[in-house]
Design a protein. Structure first.
Lengths: 713, 713
């Protein structure tokens, strides 16, 4: 498959369909840009009305071209595309970029047109970029089909649903840094080639060392996660996400026709594969630049050098927000710093150089040397005036600042510990700061953004530390099913039921070792008494009927039944109520199950996400569930690591530690249950739609599933 | 008092003590800057070792100057300051700025020195700025004693605990905007003049129309709130706060010696007086600039104009984060927009102009005219490429963009609705964007920061809408006390108790109309039986002893006692347990109180904040209090508005609506209780240290205070 994408990213020949001599047209800009960049392949302008475009003879139709065509840029209107694509098919074109709007994003008619285009492409083995795309470029192949000018060559790839976001990033980087780009592709409507396929190309592209993404929705989230996991092992991915608000999702929908935007689970799912997700667009470039050039931060202990207390405090706040630890300096380091500064200087972290640095900004490098040599400090953030001492105080400090910048740069290269710099003179781009950039030290005007740079390095490092313990998001169902359970599902299917009876759900879970409470289905009052005696009093009685889904709504549950007579009465009562509720209800009997002691109530559920498939949920049960939805979600499959993290993500998790003299709850039992449910759903991935274990009561030792509902696809 | 500050801000004569001919010294820079700016008063350099400074004859001592001196800038080291200040006193100097460090921020010795300096100043009626300050400037008085160069004259005042933050702000504004400054003062250690006094000056300063503050701690928070409330009625205050993290607070402490940093209640307290609090330093300038020049946003309905779907979605997300409403456009507005664009263009909010704007950026103004004329739209945010169309597409678009910028500017002036602009070309400062700035339209490179501008305008407008319903933070205790309650406090004081007995606390609250449950203190078992019968079974029994504070820890509470015999047994049991716990415990008897039915448990408390004084707290009670501290705080006094807001601030407030078939809780009763407690604490402000009503049970109608503890100062 990547072979096909290679034709797109490194075509030997390109046809520009709708090539033009009108400078404002994309069909002109593409030819002009290929010529300007000295593209080394063949260029074939196609236009039935022109003799030549920019001095190149134009063909009237792509079929008139004698040469083999790898890539067609289709710059004609939407309605012409089916015919154009058929022509491309006849010419055995490998790939096509469709620029036009008016497809999936534009209502019913557009959707139909898009389907037609995709089917023509499939028939003719043409891979499609877009439609509704701003195009693509590959600087290393001297191919730029985007109309964006002044793109520096480098190693940052952009994979984006928005051409303007790519333009923003390129414009910002041109203004602020020396970073360059390897390639860009605007995925448009993802009609054929999807995010994960482009990602797979960039994963193996030797000219790319970081991938920047802008996403407001994607079609196959799970495949994307699988490829992303592999990619992140080799190079970082930074992803700017939009659509976290309802209005944002609406805007995204009308933009690319992306069905649902990115669902709420995407953030955690991306994190599990090590994608660095960004919500503020102004943090995208800083995060990407830092990740592209600096070593990941495997541990989170950082130091701050400042030249003023106000900046120190703001830096400490910003770093703390990102869970970075501004740790105490060792005795040895403190002693060395006292030598650099003076005995009376207060040595702490953040280290405030005010007084010492005004006349000699070299102390920044002197102190950085000491601090970064401390094995317990893993990164350094400098905040304040550095780079502008010669502006603020005396021009004579310029040489010292430049020399200091070189020393800081060399120090970072040598010790392989990230250094990031905030300077209030950053937007002036003074020479000392430009020197820092040459060493790939990020320099920003915002303290918050400078801190964010260290934060993303820590996030990436933390992922790499644990990535071997994380899932690859591949569903493995083979050999995990049981025939008895398959029969239960079969029976429901035969009876055209979309949900299991509680007894069936319990049986299926029990067979997979999930600790549901003991239960018996009783057909008569005497059966129920026998079951209750066997189970032991007190018991719970519940009506079992495929026609009654919400048992409590019809009074179909009786709690804390303490003796035989009460069981007989209860049995009759439940049958009576069920009949009153629905005369024709099929009644399977009454479920008898033990009345369990109190513990901490939780709920465990599984729902289907349109992009990622089955998602497992755990949260606190009882009244608080409805008041504050204190739950955490994970895309299935879980591994032990994520099962544990899930429980830690519950806001009120302290309740499991035991409060007010209650014993602690068995967290391990919750982890085990989550793993069992995840595996159960994996096994029957094509059958189970939703699952609801509510409540599950957790004890000091173990837990019990008290009620279970299961819905089928 | 402000008269004295006028001498500081508008001195007729300034002595520079420690004036110098060394360019690197503050004593040189001050003289140089006064000369350069053509300061119109008298300048007196003081230096015993120099004949003249920058051509002005130097005096050896301030007493040698014949003229009256309004202001002394003391640029000599800390240890010299007491003597210098005594000399100033003899000369009847009105105010002094002490630059030196080494005072309150620098340990015990520094604190003593600071106390000495303050006492000399008081004796001599000299008001002190600092020490540990970067100085002050007043551009309208041509006085700049900060050493910062290139300060534009304007109407923004800076009141800051950090000189570098002021420098950051000035540097950033010089690089990005046309804003100018009226005055600056670095408060330093607040040894004498405090934040609220400076604020009071700026409140009445006609040259100032916005006040920007940087604060990492303050000495008298309550007075500050009182002045701030008055100030905000006239001009906005934007406050950058540091110290929200433990490390940030540490850094702040060693910076200005500010005792505790800003406490957690500061944010809400600032909000109540209408201060716009900012946590990110990179949002300070944009927020201040917007507030300085744009009309406050009294309602929150905004529209977005973009030229790309990606930017639309990001803008919608950012605005939604700030609770701004991107509302649907009216039918009429939509019809008008269809005329401007085309029938096939999708008309929605955000409105994406892609396709229409590329060849004609004037559509931005065409659409803005239609949208801003809609009475239901109160502000406009433009995102994307505007200002750079001539860079991106064709130089020929420049004139259109400039004309469009003028139209947008005029539109804003005319309709008095804020317009803010994101442009990815902002850092290039192209002419169309410079034109927007001339009309005071903020232009930013970051979508998030552009949205933040509208957010602060909305926050300010919302405050102005409700400010008449908010407290002035003045404690009014006169005429509100009761003699019976004063006697209770007196008795505790006589017995040297720092806490009231539960019976005393209940009595004091009851006398002020607070609904504590009925109670009787029983000295014997038979008394207890009589009390229980009177109250009605079931009852609760509690031990009452000044020597037992934590009753439950010693088994001193018996719940749900149902008959006479159980009361007799319970009485003996409690006395016995108390004796076992502490043989010498003074036992006052046993409290008998009704066993109340279940409802929703809440807690109400009062604590003392070092900066703001008494603070009232309300939160959910029961087990969840300990698991998630779901509480909200307000500085006392409350008014009805804040009592209601406090309850709405509780995260799990949905529990009051009634869940799982439970009835809703009486929120009004909670508001009433909060108001009563606030007034009670106001009345005895000098006596009460802390108060703890826990639990309070809230019913469908009314509530009951079940337990009360009160601690005295």
């Amino acid at each position: 498959m990547n072979d096909r994408l290679t034709y797109l990213f490194r075509p030997r020949s390109i046809a520009i369909i709708g090539a033009s001599n009108d400078q404002r047209k994309r069909g002109y800009q593409a030819v002009q840009s290929l010529l300007h960049d000295r593209y080394e392949g063949k260029i074939y302008p196609i236009n039935p009305k022109e003799q030549s475009i920019l001095g190149i003879t134009a063909a009237g139709n792509i079929q008139d071209v004698e040469d083999q065509i790898d890539l067609a840029l289709i710059a004609t209107p939407a309605k012409s595309v089916p015919a154009v694509l058929r022509d491309c098919g006849k010419k055995d074109v490998k790939g096509a970029i469709i620029l036009a709007v008016g497809f999936g994003e534009a209502g019913t008619h557009g959707k139909k047109l898009e389907e037609e285009v995709v089917s023509i492409a499939r028939e003719n083995h043409i891979r499609i970029v877009g439609p509704n795309t701003s195009g693509m470029f590959n600087t290393h192949h001297k191919m730029n089909l985007t109309g964006i000018r002044d793109i520096r060559t480098g190693s940052m790839a952009i994979l984006s649903q928005s051409g303007n976001m790519a333009l923003s990033l390129i414009t910002e980087i041109n203004a602020k840094s020396n970073v360059g780009f390897s390639a860009y592709v605007g995925v448009g409507n993802e009609a054929d080639i999807q995010f994960h396929e482009y990602l797979s190309y960039f994963k193996d592209d030797p000219t790319t060392n970081i991938i920047v993404m802008f996403v407001d929705g994607m079609k196959d989230g799970r495949k994307f996660l699988q490829i992303a996991k592999e990619t992140v092992e080799k190079k970082p991915i930074v992803l700017l996400r939009s659509g976290r608000s309802e209005k944002g999702r609406q805007a995204a929908r009308s933009h690319t026709g992306a069905l649902a935007g990115l669902s709420a689970v995407s953030r955690t799912a991306f994190k599990r594969v090590g994608i660095i997700t960004i919500d503020r667009s102004d943090e995208l470039f800083p995060a990407a630049e830092a990740l592209a050039h600096l070593p990941p931060l495997r541990r989170n202990r950082v130091a701050v050098l400042s030249d003023g207390g106000g900046h120190s405090a703001l830096a400490a706040d910003a770093l703390s927000d990102y869970r970075l630890s501004i740790s105490d300096l060792s005795e040895q380091t403190r002693a060395k710093l006292k030598q650099v500064l003076s005995d009376s200087h207060t040595i702490e972290n953040p280290l405030d150089l005010a007084g010492a640095s005004d006349s000699n900004p070299a102390v920044f490098a002197d102190c950085a040397e000491v601090i970064l040599s401390d094995p317990e400090i893993h990164a350094l953030m400098i905040v304040g005036l550095f780079g502008g001492y010669h502006i603020r105080f005396s021009e004579s400090l310029k040489a010292i600042e430049e020399e200091t910048a070189h020393r800081l740069g060399k120090l970072m290269k040598e010790l392989k510990k990230p250094v990031v710099v905030h300077s209030l003179y950053a937007s002036y781009r003074p020479p000392p700061l430009e020197i820092l950039k040459e060493y790939s030290i990020p320099v920003h005007e915002s303290i918050d953004i400078t801190a964010k740079c260290l934060s993303v390095l820590e996030e990436y490092g933390d992922h790499l530390n644990y990535s071997h313990m994380k899932t690859d998001f591949v569903i493995r169902s083979e050999g995990k099913t049981l025939s008895a359970v398959r029969e239960i599902f079969q029976r429901a299917a035969t009876e055209k039921r979309k949900s299991l009876l509680e007894t069936e759900a319990r049986e299926a879970l029990r067979l997979h070792g999930i600790p549901v409470t003991e239960f018996e289905l009783a057909a008569t009052g005497e059966d129920a008494v026998a079951a209750a005696r066997k189970i032991g009093y007190p018991v719970v009685l519940k009506i079992v009927s495929p026609d009654i889904v919400h048992k409590t709504d019809v009074g179909g549950v009786l709690l804390n039944i303490k003796n035989d007579d009460a069981v007989r009465d209860g049995f009759d009562l439940l049958i009576g109520r069920a009949r009153r509720h629905n005369q024709r209800a099929k009644i399977k009997g009454v479920l008898v199950t033990p009345m369990m002691p109190e513990g901490v109530d939780i709920v465990v559920g599984v729902v289907r996400d349109p992009q990622f498939g089955p998602v497992i949920m755990v949260g606190l049960g009882g009244i608080m569930v409805e008041v504050v939805r204190d739950v955490s979600f994970r895309v299935i499959p879980l591994v032990q690591f994520s099962a544990e993290q899930m429980v830690e993500d519950i806001h009120s998790k302290a309740i499991f530690d035991g409060v007010r003299g209650r014993p602690p709850s068995d967290k391990k039992a919750i982890h085990d249950l989550l793993m069992q449910v995840s595996k159960f759903v994996e096994a029957y991935i094509d059958t189970i739609a939703e699952l609801d274990l509510n409540p599950v009561v957790v004890y000091e030792k173990g837990l019990s599933v008290i009620d279970a509902r299961m819905f089928l696809k």
